[in-house]
Write a protein that binds this ligand. Structure first.
Ligand code: 5GP
Length: 189
């Protein structure tokens, strides 16, 4: 989407040549015009699919997922929680997800009552990098026997390999913008 590419070029800051900071419209302050337009494109991309629920991960995925749920006609939004407790509740599905930006592994859970066998789930997140968050959320769906309809992200860093891992599981991927590379401290698309 040109709208997102332009916003990245205007506001994005590259950190350590592998992280893009877009706090002005996605990760701190949120521009509703942008995420609403993004959500409309998600709806178009997955128009053939039946979607019962959107699954994301706290925190940055939630606002984007909310916009997508609205555009899909107010389907429920479920967010996986990053657990801090060592004692994992027995009524949850849980998985381990390595954080791309913080370099640690979190236990991530969803309550079994909210993710159920046969449900058609669209997974949404703000960024796609190496695909660990997406793979963890897909794993939670598989544990529940739910069907993963697709994965939608606002910004994909195409050079970090996440898409292939998700597509290898037979899951379709939609991205609002795909960054090909960071060249001379500028994203290229
Ligand atoms: P992955 O699990 O695909 O390696 O990374 C995706 C997750 O890490 C997303 O949930 C996102 O919050 C975070 N992330 C990865 N790369 C970036 C980035 O360049 N900028 C920001 N703000 N978050 C990122």
């Amino acid at each position: 989407m040109k709208l997102i590419e332009n916003k990245i070029l205007e506001d994005g800051k590259i950190i350590n040549n592998d992280i893009l900071k877009v706090d002005n419209f996605l990760n701190h302050q949120i521009d509703l015009n942008i995420i609403d337009e993004y959500a409309k494109e998600v709806k178009k991309f997955f128009k053939e699919e039946k979607i019962d629920k959107v699954l994301t991960i706290e925190t940055s995925g939630i606002a984007v997922a909310y916009a997508v749920c609205e555009s899909l006609g107010k389907v429920p939004l479920l967010f996986a929680k990053k657990s801090k407790s060592m004692i994992v509740d027995s009524n949850v599905y849980s998985t381990e997800i390595k954080s791309f930006t913080k370099n640690f592994v979190s236990t991530v859970t969803v309550n079994k009552n909210y993710l159920q066998s046969g449900q058609n789930i669209l997974i949404v997140d703000d960024f796609l990098a190496e695909g660990n968050a997406a793979l963890g959320l897909i794993d939670l769906c598989h544990q529940a026997g739910a069907n993963v309809v697709g994965f939608a992200t606002v910004i994909e860093k195409g050079f970090q390999g996440g898409r292939k891992k998700i597509e290898n599981l037979g899951v379709k991927v939609f991205s609002g913008a795909i960054i090909k590379a960071f060249e001379n401290n500028k994203p290229t698309f």
